[in-house]
Design a protein around this ligand. Sequence first.
Ligand SMILES: [Zn+2]
Length: 265
Amino acid sequence: MPSRSRIYRTEAVVLRRLDLGEADRLLTVYTPDHGKLRLVAKGVRRPSSRKAGHLEPFTRADLLLARGRELDIITQAQALDQFPQLRDDLLRLGMASYVAELLDRFAVQEENRLLYDLLVETLARVARGADARLAVRYFELRLLDLVGFRPELLRCLGCDQAVQPEAQFFSAEQGGVLCPCCGQGRQGARRLSLPALKVLRHLQRSPYEAIEKLQLREAVYAELEGLMEWYLTYLLERRLNAPAFLRHIRHLDATHPRPDRDPAA
Ligand SMILES: [Zn+2]
C-alpha cells in the first residue's frame, strides 16, 4: 500500500505559539512548500529541552517533522535566523508581531513561496533595517497583492477616470481610490492626501531598494498607518464574517422556510 513518508523536513518561520498540556507547545508556522502548518513541539517547555531555543516566535528554522494523526510533530529544530535585534527593541518587536499576525490571518493553507520570501525579508528589514515602519508598509502592500486584494490606485473605482495628482478618497468596500467627485460624502470612504497616495503607488510598484530611500514626514507615516489598519481590518472582518453569515443563513433556511417560498404564506 503506498504511504506518504512518515518523516519530512521543511524550513519554517514561527508565527504563533500556545502552551499545550504540561510541557508542550502548539506552534503555528509558515513554510515555503506547505503554507501554514500547526505543529506540536513536545517537551519544549522543559528547561532541558534542546529544541526550545530554536522555536521562539519569528525564528526561521529548519524542522524535521513526523506525521501525526491530527497534527505533525517537531522532532528536530535548528534555528537559521533568530533575529536577536527584535528582542532588544520593543518597537521592532511590536512590528514583527504585527507582520506575523497579518500573515497568519491572511494566509491560507496552500503553499505560496513568494509569501514565504516576503515574510522572511520583512522580518529581516524590521529587525535590522533603518526604517522598520516603511518595511511594514511595504509588506502590507505586497501581502495584499499576493492574497488577491491589490488596491486600485490608478483609476477611480466610481467613474473609471485616471486618478489626478490631487487629494482623493479611499474606499475599503471597493478596494481603492475614489476621485473627489465620486468619493465626497460616500459612506465608508475616507480622505487620502496626495503625498500618501504617491507613497502607496510607490510601495505597490517599486522594489524595496527604492522604497528604503524615502524620507517621509511624520504626518504621512501616521496617515498611511491609519489607512492600512482600517483597510486591513475591513478585509479581515469581511473574510471572517462571511462563512459565519452563510452558516447562519443556511440554518435559517433549514429551520424557517422563507415566506416567498412558502405557498401557505
Ligand atoms: Zn470618480
